[in-house]
Design a protein around this ligand. Structure first.
Ligand SMILES: *[C@@H]1O[C@H](CO)[C@@H](O)[C@H](O)[C@H]1NC(C)=O
Ligand SMILES: *[C@@H]1O[C@H](CO)[C@@H](O)[C@H](O)[C@H]1NC(C)=O
Ligand SMILES: *[C@@H]1O[C@H](CO)[C@@H](O)[C@H](O)[C@H]1NC(C)=O
Length: 439
């Protein structure tokens, strides 16, 4: 706009000079000498003009820069209180979009590049999704890989590399203590030092789905507005292809089980947890009632993360037997254009309970023997902990419980697919609360 104006001014001045020159030279009584003088002076004037214009140009450029800076500052200032910026032009969304800092945990795996490449490829807007890579372990090759991304990511390194002294019995779990130490430090960096109000936590061994940023953007208002939610996760613990409806990529749930593996929280929760952050097993600690306080996470039917690394602290066997079968969504969903309010507790709970308990109750044997005369949803009831575990195992579901909550469970209900049918493994209809002794 301003550049265009400048071009017009320059063109106009040149044209005027030319007309002036012609008129002057063609004066009827002008002598040759006079014309020469005039030409000389004109050349000088033109040089002057050129000089002035180029000075003007530099001035304009400075002005433009200053204006841009002011505009940027204003956007930052406007963003600061609510953590929001206007969506990028052409984004289609009409509401201000949240700034969600992406905090990637890394240690000693150079394959962090596989993860970071995907993050940078899929994030729709660098300003809305600033990336911080927090590295523990001080591994040089990994640090070099991260440094290779230059200013595209902010590389921070956990400074406390001191040994953690443990009793002999616990020594083999030292890795978990280091992870908890790293998580506390890095979350504090993201929230307390860089002052982000919303953080998406990822890990160096995760593949992510192309629509993961839309997923977290669209669920952010739920997290902000519904005090009975405390996280949004990208992970389905029972997300293997045979147990999900891969066509239902838009399907989301509330879950009482904290899934981790690609999860978003706000500073409000961090302020609650930071002073009591545990020395180890931070994820199971979060699943304890004292931390969870009956709050739920949003989780998808089809995972938006999948772990590709089997080298790490947790058991390689678990990767081989389970994790590697989790299906990563490949059907992008335009979440940000959808109404997500059905996931607010006041809307979700009545519908969910009504829906689950309206499905016909069947036994595992009937389901397996295909003795059900319709294609609609069914429900298998469990009453005891052992009953739950036995049935879950037979159905190929995760059978463990943390603080009484089964993986993916909401109000005790585990949702999954069995041979093209929706099935709910559910407690009795009069369920009121989890039994903490179930583990
Ligand atoms: C030529 O120009 C001079 C002044 O520049 C003027 O005095 C003179 O009258 C002009 N002659 C004619 C013929 O126009
Ligand atoms: C974060 O907030 C604190 C306290 O308000 C302030 O001192 C600090 O400079 C802020 N940091 C950044 C990176 O904005
Ligand atoms: C699977 O998901 C698709 C898309 O949401 C849906 O139309 C279909 O009914 C679902 N199938 C079952 C068995 O629930």
């Amino acid at each position: 706009m301003r550049q265009k104006l400048l071009v017009y001014v320059v063109a106009g001045t040149l044209l005027w000079s030319l007309v002036y020159l012609l008129v002057f030279v063609n004066r009827p009584n002008g002598s040759v000498r006079r014309t020469e003088e005039t030409l000389n002076s004109l050349t000088e004037q033109l040089a002057d003009l050129q000089n002035t214009l180029s000075q003007q140009n530099a001035e304009n450029r400075r002005l433009l820069d200053a204006l841009n800076k002011i505009a940027d500052n204003r956007a930052v200032a406007a963003a600061a209180p609510a953590g929001l910026v206007a969506p990028a032009a052409g984004g289609g969304a009409t509401v201000a979009a949240p700034v969600i800092a992406v905090l990637v945990f890394a240690c000693n795996r150079v394959t962090v590049s596989r993860h970071l490449d995907q993050v940078l490829r899929y994030r729709p807007d660098p300003a809305r999704f600033p990336v911080i890579v927090s590295q523990d372990c001080g591994d040089r090759p990994t640090a070099e890989v991260i440094a290779g991304y230059g200013s595209a990511v902010k590389h921070i390194q956990q400074p406390d590399q001191s040994d953690i002294v443990l009793p002999a019995k616990e020594k083999k779990f030292k890795g978990y203590f280091k992870i908890a130490r790293h998580y506390r430090w890095a979350l504090s960096q993201a929230f307390d030092t860089f002052n982000h109000s919303t953080v998406l936590i990822l890990e160096d061994d995760l593949d992510i789905a192309p629509d993961i940023f839309d997923y977290f953007t669209s669920t952010y208002p739920l997290l902000r507005d519904d005090p009975t939610l405390w996280c949004v996760s990208a992970w389905n613990d029972n997300g293997k292809l045979s147990r999900i409806n891969a066509s239902a990529a838009e399907l989301l749930y509330r879950s009482d089980f904290f899934p981790g593996l690609g999860w978003m929280i706000t500073d409000k929760l961090w302020h609650e947890l930071r002073d009591k952050w545990p020395k180890s097993y931070w994820d199971d600690w979060m699943r304890e009632p004292a931390q969870r306080l009956d709050r739920a996470c949003i989780r998808p039917e089809v995972s938006r993360t999948r772990t590709f690394g089997k080298k790490g602290v947790s058991n390689g066997l678990f990767f081989e037997k389970h994790l590697k079968f989790i299906h990563l969504n490949d059907r992008p969903v335009p979440f940000t254009k959808m109404d997500m309010r059905y996931l607010l507790r006041e809307n979700y709970d009545p519908w969910f309970v009504d829906h689950v308990y309206s499905c016909q109750e069947v036994t595992y044997t009937e389901l397996k023997a295909r003795q059900i005369g319709h294609k609609d949803c069914v429900r298998i009831q469990y009453v005891t902990k052992d009953g739950f575990k036995r049935t879950a195992k037979m159905l190929g579901l995760m059978d463990d419980l943390k603080s009484g909550v089964p993986r993916t469970g909401y109000r005790g209900v585990v949702s999954f697919m069995y041979e093209d049918r929706r099935v709910y493994l559910a407690p009795r209809p009069d369920w009121t609360k989890y039994d903490l002794t179930w583990s």
